[in-house]
Design a protein around this ligand. Structure first.
Ligand SMILES: [Zn+2]
Length: 86
């Protein structure tokens, strides 16, 4: 999969990363959109090589969760998730 990464030089690269393996009570999203906010400035300013963004909209592509359906639309913001089409 392709992800954005902050670089220590202060720019952003699009790189290839391993597809995550979902565990119990987790879902894998196909990300439709992801925003950046003030919380992302700290790792960027400090040159931490991380994937930014924690406010995400996506569609459930695979799941290991009993009550969330495939193709459900999920909105995730800083630890709180909202699901439609559960
Ligand atoms: Zn934020």
């Amino acid at each position: 999969m392709r992800v954005a990464k902050f670089n220590p030089e202060g720019n952003i690269s699009i790189v290839t990363a391993e597809m995550p393996v979902i565990e119990n009570n987790e879902v894998l999203l196909r990300v439709s959109a992801c925003s950046l906010c003030g919380s992302d400035l700290r790792p960027w300013r400090n040159g931490w090589p991380v994937t930014p963004g924690h406010e995400i909209v996506g569609v459930v592509e695979s799941k290991n969760h009993p009550s969330i359906k495939l193709d459900a639309l999920l909105i995730f913001q800083f630890g709180v998730a909202s699901v439609t089409n559960v």
